[in-house]
Design a protein around this ligand. Structure first.
Ligand SMILES: [Zn+2]
Length: 403
């Protein structure tokens, strides 16, 4: 069958997948435990293949077996919502204090529809497909936990490619797929620093070890470090978001400690490690210069999301074959958001693709952004998402069989 026929078939799913998406939209759940969401998703894919559940979190892999032996392709769908109180006025708006403000309810429906398409055409599949239904994308490390639990390996072989889709409520025109090879999304992580000194009387600073002085030096030195140590064409952002030291009611006390927290964004694996190492060294050396010590922490962070160039070429070709010209565009620059699909794409090559789901045709830059409590998504794009994921899996398996 042609990919165009697959898209026509998917378009007949519209009412069903839209219905599932709107049901999920009314029961958003947060973090790693999404019991109602996962039950609804798994009920929708019952009978399509073997279901392997995570023993610890609300995640599961659906293993669809092809008629012919071959490798495995992984399709990733995230399921979790945000702690945002919805203010969209939609008839199916959430009322429980959480909100699918990042469109992961559409991702769930896209995965469900893709699974049905693939099962329907399993007789032509040159291998297997694993649909990875994942909780905890929004900073909870859901992908990493599922990878640690080997839920990507349920077919018995490591997938040769992975694909995922993310919908956007603004900026990308409705129905347009877009992505780029190489770095697509930043590594986003925090740096938490505390300088430990010796408190004292503000009248006699030489008797104390003032942590505030070290903090001020570190703030400007970190910016200088970024400029002097990192290639401007492989950008690094270090931005201090909060500082905390002393007591606003007293001016005559030198505090024991002074702290700050910064966000760090990088676009290469090299800089991901290097900025942490250099920043830690710099802060510790500044502390030492002032006769203090410093503790530096880097809480878990998302990695740089890196698309495989060949996989992006495949997305472009398959999107053109499936939907005709004009539905795919290449992005020029990466975006600074973080995504734990990055962890999956570190394990296996593949591509993460953005899909425009804007609810208006004009001034789409002015629409409420993903994560806003007013964000709305046009769920009529879901069938095209289903068709693209299914076509990418078929195409990848066909190519592997031919080689
Ligand atoms: Zn998201």
């Amino acid at each position: 069958m042609t990919y165009k026929a697959l898209a026509e078939e998917a378009s007949q799913y519209l009412a069903v997948v839209q219905g599932i998406r709107r049901e999920l939209h009314q029961i958003p759940e947060f973090g790693l435990q999404l019991p109602k969401t996962l039950e609804r998703v798994l009920a929708s894919v019952e009978g399509l293949g073997e279901i392997h559940r995570s023993p610890t979190i609300s995640g599961a892999s659906l293993h669809i077996k092809g008629a012919k032996p071959g490798p495995t392709v992984l399709l990733r769908c995230d399921l979790d919502a945000l702690a945002v109180t919805e203010d969209t006025g939609l008839p199916y708006a959430s009322t429980n204090g959480y909100m699918h403000a990042c469109g992961h309810d559409l991702h769930a429906a896209i995965g469900i529809g893709a699974a049905h398409l693939l099962r329907t055409h399993a007789d032509q599949l040159n291998g297997d497909v694993v649909v990875f239904f994942q909780p905890g994308e929004e900073g909870h490390g859901g992908a990493d936990i599922m990878l640690e639990e080997n839920l990507h390996l349920v077919s018995g072989s490591k997938p040769i490619a992975a694909y995922g889709i993310h919908v956007f409520s603004q900026r990308i025109p409705r129905g347009v797929f877009t992505t780029k090879p190489g770095p697509l999304m930043a590594s986003a992580g925090d740096m938490l620093v505390t300088f430990h000194g010796k408190g004292g009387h503000g009248s006699s600073p030489w008797m104390a070890k003032d942590p505030n002085s070290a903090l001020i030096e570190a703030m400007s030195a970190l910016q200088t470090m970024v400029t002097k140590s990192f290639d401007v064409f492989d950008p690094v952002v270090v931005n201090i978001g909060w500082i905390s030291a002393g007591d606003p009611h007293t001016t005559n006390v030198i505090p024991e400690t002074a702290s700050f927290g910064a966000t760090i964004r990088t676009f290469s694996a090299l800089n991901f490690e290097r900025v942490r190492r250099l920043a830690k060294q710099l802060v510790e050396n500044i502390a030492e210069g002032f006769g203090l010590t410093a503790t530096v922490e880097f809480p878990p962070s998302s990695q740089v999301l890196i698309n495989d160039a060949g996989a992006v070429d495949r997305v472009e070709r398959v999107a053109n074959e499936t939907f005709g010209a004009g539905r795919f565009s290449r992005m020029e620059f990466p975006i600074l958001g973080g995504e734990d699909m990055a962890s999956i794409l570190k394990e296996m090559p593949g591509a993460f693709v953005f899909l425009g789901a804007a609810t208006a045709d004009h001034d789409i830059d002015q629409l409420a952004a993903n994560h806003s409590n007013k964000a709305t998504f046009d769920d009529s794009v879901i069938p095209d998402g289903c068709a693209l994921l299914a076509a990418l899996a078929i195409d990848t398996l066909n190519e592997a069989a031919a080689s």
